[in-house]
Write a protein that binds this ligand. Structure first.
Ligand code: HEC
Length: 312
């Protein structure tokens, strides 16, 4: 029989299977196993070397034995090698076991007595592969019936529930691992819930009151409680200015290096919540009067509404 694959196919194929198997079974995180564990690389290298060495030795031995054969043996060998894989004894035996078909010369033995206007009928046996498959389905059916209809193992609905639970668990795990939510300029909306404003007030008292006064009336920094803004009012302008700092006056620094974007959103919302409080001793107005263009209902939202509004 001919060899199934030539060696230049066989070697890469076996190597690829072993390589794939190692990558599949060795848990190495994001990186491939042969980079994560140098021993794997060493093993693969040695394995490849051995494969090539074995091929070389086998073909050398083949060549030597060929020279030692008598002429008759060589002829036999060549004949055997010229038979293709599908004509080989092994495949032929397997096929006849699976089909139990009679060779065409012996079909006469199967002929039935009927003769329909010259059309004759053969009495072939059912092929064993088919009969056995049929028995297997019967056995499967009985086991299925007893398990799910007599013993009530689990229903499809329960199976579905279980899948959903698994998926939810995966989702929770993913959420826990994913980085914190980032608020960007186009996503930012004003927060009005108490918790966010309280957090905003805390940040303001610690970081901003020194220049803007605890009540926002202004000292070095301008009054934040009136409708007049140097850099524009509204949540987007205020968020942007606190994040990036003022270009006119370097004492108002960019806070995005010290504060999380979610905290800047809170403190910006708190600043805007001071509108119209008119604290005593506030600085006179600076800048221009700000008129909100969009309908106020659109630009304000609670923390839980953030996503909805941002999608709009
Ligand atoms: C070192 C002093 C200083 C600190 C601290 C400071 N600011 Fe300012 N802030 C200023 C000055 C000065 C301006 C005026 C900038 C300008 O003229 O553009 C300003 C401007 C602003 C404006 C824009 C006002 C307008 O009319 O456009 C906002 C809003 C603001 N600050 C909020 C904050 C917040 C929130 C914090 C705390 C996280 C903070 N500031 C901390 C000095 C400060």
């Amino acid at each position: 029989m001919k060899k199934l694959f030539p060696s230049y196919v066989r070697v890469p194929l076996i190597f690829a299977i072993v390589f794939g198997g190692m990558e599949y079974f060795i848990d190495s995180g994001d990186k491939p196993a042969f980079i994560e564990y140098p021993m794997v690389s060493v093993f693969l290298f040695v394995f490849l070397f051995l494969l090539v060495a074995i091929e070389i030795v086998v073909s050398a031995v083949d060549r030597v034995t060929y020279h030692l054969l008598t002429d008759e043996q060589r002829k036999q060998l060549e004949e055997a090698q010229s038979v293709s894989f599908t004509d080989s004894k092994f495949v032929q035996n397997l096929l006849s076991k699976l089909t139990r078909s009679k060779p065409i010369e012996q079909e006469g033995e199967l002929m039935l007595d009927h003769d329909y206007d010259g059309i004759k009928e053969l009495d072939n046996v059912l092929p064993p592969w088919w009969v056995n498959l049929f028995y297997a389905t019967i056995i499967f059916g009985v086991i299925y019936l007893v398990r799910f209809h007599v013993m009530d193992a689990y229903t499809q609905a329960e199976e579905f529930e279980q899948e959903v639970q698994l998926a939810n668990a995966e989702l929770e795990k993913m959420k826990a691992n994913s980085p914190k939510e980032e608020i960007t300029l186009d996503k930012v909306v004003m927060l009005t819930d108490e918790a966010s404003l309280a957090k905003g007030k805390e940040i303001f008292t610690n970081a901003c009151a020194a220049c803007h006064k605890a009540d926002g009336g202004g000292i070095v920094g301008p009054n934040l409680t009136d409708e007049f803004w140097i850099n524009g009012g509204g949540i987007k302008n205020v968020f942007k200015l606190i994040s990036e700092g003022s270009k006119n006056n370097p004492s108002m620094v960019a806070w995005n290096k010290t504060l999380e974007s979610t905290d800047i959103q809170k403190v910006a919302s708190y600043v805007l919540s001071l509108q119209g409080t008119k604290p005593a001793g506030a600085k006179p107005a600076e800048g221009e009067k700000w008129v909100e263009e969009a309908a106020p209902a659109e630009t304000t939202a609670t923390a839980t509404d953030t996503l909805k509004v941002a999608v709009k």
